[in-house]
Design a protein around this ligand. Structure first.
Ligand SMILES: *Cc1c(COP(=O)(O)O)cnc(C)c1O
Length: 461
């Protein structure tokens, strides 16, 4: 960690507030009742009963006055909308790629590209594939391969670029399988690994390997701006570069990108594919017309395109990025001071609490992560998400196979909460620390056949 990262004690939100939305408050008694009625599953609680919502950073951004203003100027023509040409110009300028295809969100971009390129014997390497990316590769009957460095799999180890791909493994993988690799990927930042950045040196290294084996290189670039600012802070060679120049440098290493605009394009909906070469474009656009819409709107309203065009600029403001990364760091350090261990170092968009170690008296089969999620709600109306045995644990007969980690993720919406919110939250969490030994585990009383974390119901053991 360098001085720039350490500098801030008080986080200064680099914006004034022009439009506000009241925080919903409830009493502790009400929250206990609400939680019980929802079967201790926070996905089943209405948002107006949540005071601080950390369920996801996806599509939850507060938009700026400029974004709302631009939306009013949108040209909603079915074909050839002025708003599309503005959006296309902005993406071309940022990425240097020649072809821009809008989609309604990131997974639609994945489905379009993969339907065309992935065959039944395809293998696609990445640092870590995000879950929708993996699912879309598998849906197209290919295989998604994760080759993140060893440090990226260890929550307590400090490494400045835990999202890096293991270049030696990648080289060997490409040597053995290149005829089966339709394209290679890198996720920046690495969401699955906790929002951890990838170094520019590592991106260049991967790019060289892919070139050597004639494998096109596609970035999953949802958090390109957060990743660029981590590079500025942590990679000596780029400390004097602007985040924008670093982002351009990143894109120049690859042949294209898939983006969910619900993250670093500061939008509430949207996504896109951008490609350097035109060889897949006609096929993608034909499929786009079939399932998303005409190529100049791709499932979005023109007003969404307007908001994203502005968002793609605003996200590279370094005052914003410095504040953005400071927030996760502040939350993680605050939790650590209270004796709550978190995944180290904190990533760009979320803080992950190690619930297995914090609530070590609750065995994995009684879901320490979910127990903590419930306590956070009861204490101060926080909503967050378990990433542990509720999500990944498996029961086979009498034997329970727990997840490797029992994490609780607080994903931070962009530009939504202020430092006083975080201070208030940390005060409440200190009450949870004081009573932690009394916190009880849970058992599942209902579960659906798949994706059980969304709808499962629990009772206290
Ligand atoms: C969110 C996300 C996606 C999928 O995007 P959606 O807009 O949610 O469909 C893909 N990859 C990564 C890394 C993401 O964070």
């Amino acid at each position: 960690m360098n001085d720039l990262e350490k500098k801030q004690r008080t986080i200064i939100e680099p914006f004034k507030i022009k439009m506000i939305e009241p925080l919903p408050f409830t009493s502790k008694e009400e929250r206990k009742q609400i939680l019980e009625n929802a079967g201790f599953n926070l996905f089943l609680i209405p948002a107006n009963k949540v005071t601080f919502d950390f369920l996801t950073d996806s599509g939850t951004t507060a938009m700026s006055a400029s974004q709302w203003g631009a939306m009013l100027t949108a040209d909603e023509s079915y074909a050839g909308s002025t708003s599309f040409y503005k959006f296309e110009k902005k993406v071309k300028e940022l990425t240097g790629y020649s072809y821009v295809i809008p989609t309604h969100q990131g997974r639609a971009a994945e489905r379009l590209l993969f339907s065309i390129l992935v065959k039944s014997d395809s293998k696609i390497p990445s640092n870590n594939h995000f879950d929708t990316t993996r699912a879309n590769i598998e849906h197209a009957s290919g295989e998604a391969i994760d080759l993140v460095i060893a440090e990226g799999k260890n929550p307590s180890v400090f490494h400045p670029f835990k999202g890096n791909i293991d270049l030696e493994k990648l080289e060997n993988f490409c040597k053995e399988n290149h005829q089966f690799i339709p394209f290679g990927m890198l996720t920046i930042t690495n969401n699955t690994g906790g929002g951890q950045p990838v170094a520019l040196e590592n991106i260049r290294g991967a790019s060289k390997i892919f070139k050597r084996y004639d494998v096109p290189f596609i970035l999953d670039a949802c958090r390109f701006a957060e990743n660029s600012y981590f590079i500025k802070l942590r990679e000596k060679a780029y400390e004097n570069y602007s985040a924008r120049d670093i982002a351009k440098e990143i894109f120049s290493c690859a042949d294209g990108c898939l983006v969910s605009a619900k993250k670093d394009a500061l939008g509430n909906i949207g996504g896109f594919i951008a490609l350097r070469d035109g060889k897949w474009v006609d096929q993608i656009r034909n499929l786009l017309i079939l399932t998303e819409g005409f190529p100049t709107y791709g499932g979005l309203a023109a007003r969404d395109l307007e908001a994203l065009t502005v968002g793609l600029d605003e996200v590279l403001d370094e005052n914003y990025l410095s504040y953005r990364l400071a927030v996760c760091r502040y939350m993680a350090e605050g939790l650590n001071k209270l004796g709550i261990p978190t995944v180290q170092p904190p990533g760009g968009h979320a803080v992950y609490i190690d619930a297995k170690s914090f609530l070590s008296h609750i065995p994995p089969e009684n879901f320490p992560g979910q127990a903590l999620v419930c306590e956070l709600y009861i204490e101060e109306g926080i909503r967050c998400c378990e990433i542990g045995s509720v999500m990944f644990g498996k029961q086979s007969g009498a034997k329970f196979h727990p997840s490797a980690m029992e994490l609780v993720r607080l994903a931070i919406p962009r530009r939504v909460y202020t430092q006083s919110h975080f201070d208030y939250i940390l005060e409440g969490i200190s009450n949870i620390v004081a009573r932690k030994n009394k916190i009880r585990g849970l058992k599942i009383i209902y579960e659906p056949p798949y994706l059980k974390h969304f709808t499962a119901k629990f009772s206290v053991v």
